[in-house]
Design a protein around this ligand. Sequence first.
Ligand code: ATP
Length: 467
Amino acid sequence: MSKSLSLEKLANFCKTRGFIYPSSEIYGGLSGIYDYGHYGYLLKENIKNAWIRNMINERDDVYLLDSAIFMHPTTWVASGHVATFDDPMVDCKDCKHRYRADHLLAEFGVEIDDKATTDEINQKLDELRTNNKLFCPNCKSKNLTQARRFSLMVKSNLGCTVDSISDDELTYLRPETCGGIYLQFKNVVDTLHAKLPFGIAQVGKAFRNEIVARQFIYRTREFEQMEMQYFLHPSEMEFKYNEWKEYRWKWYLEYGINETSLKWYKHEKLAHYASDAYDIKYNFASLGEFAEVEGIHARGNWDLSQHTKYSGMTLDYYDQEIKERYIPHILETSAGLGRFVMMFIDNAYTEEIVNDDTRIVLKLDKRLSPIKFAVLPLFKKPDLQNVAKEIYHHIKKYYIAEYDDSGSIGKRYRRQDEIGTPYCITVDYQTLEDNKVTIRDRDSMEQIRIKIDDLDTKCEALVQNNR
Ligand code: ATP
């Protein structure tokens, strides 16, 4: 078994197998934007559902929300995004290549926290310059600018009837989903009678004008986030923070990510309101490094306090038991759905030698597989096709399934292996005599023979076994 997986190979695999396509490809593409094909869509939905199960089915203190992408312009002034949601940027004056300054420093072995100030970054860049060690990785020129801030906010002209929009009226495409959660905190307490501590979770699109988006779907300008904001009394923060860290960590293991492929990254430099911040990093074979997939942050009561200040509506909570009124503190878990899609494919992608041939198999957790069953007649003959189609139409009522009768059976098995289908059901000539089919397991490639009449029970058991 081997794992030679470059970023280019992964992107090519995802495109040719119908998972992910570059957006607007016929017009030359749009940098940092991707479309999900049939299998990518299904995989993404399964990951999203696995996350929602973790938030909702497996606990009883989290509620769902689906807030709008557009929000009142003051939202992003209050949250600090308009003033400070930016990244440090360095340009090469010769080849015009652009770099995120902290990533450029990392290329020269200088680690700097992503909360570092522009001055701190420029100091590090100057140290490299003085030692004649700073150059453009693309064209090797030493003609690089100082770091300057580049806003990540994506502006819109929503509702605008005049040519110029004042800053106060400017609407943005939301840069993160949690803004909507803060603004609906009161409604959730009032309408669902939610008692602290509780969380609000949502999955939705977010937009960021990333300086560089060259890492396939790891960093895109339009992406989906899965965020949960947990509201609590400050005295509970330490305990709940550790509990949530452990809870989220276990989710990765449950879905087949090996513990050795994960690590915690502790932010040493915290935002002034935060008391703790950790990221979960996954070791991407395709990136050749550990990279962030989720952040778990203790945010104090900054968010609700800011929205209280700017809206004039007090976003507090009265605790009947302790007879105390206070602005709740927030613990956040924040993950990227696209990054999870990339992580699960990166993790599942396997090349094995079988009978002197390379077999590519996507060893996804079976709950995440886009297609659960493929029904295949052994040959393209009407009597076999008819039975196989009948089975397929029946199974399709309950599971996402696929029918395929093109090419040799070996090639069809390989195709299903590549998209991670856990089970292939094959109809052969013997089926016409004994009413039995074979079920082939993706990972072991073992086949069992069972009666068509027992298929329903068997399929259910197979899928439940992996629930
Ligand atoms: P990074 O340091 O990689 O830019 P971040 O720390 O800015 O990420 P957060 O603002 O904490 O990210 O967002 C939470 C999560 O949203 C990240 O852990 C990541 O999974 C996802 N995410 C953030 N930006 C992007 C992006 N441009 N493309 C895809 N996913 C993203």
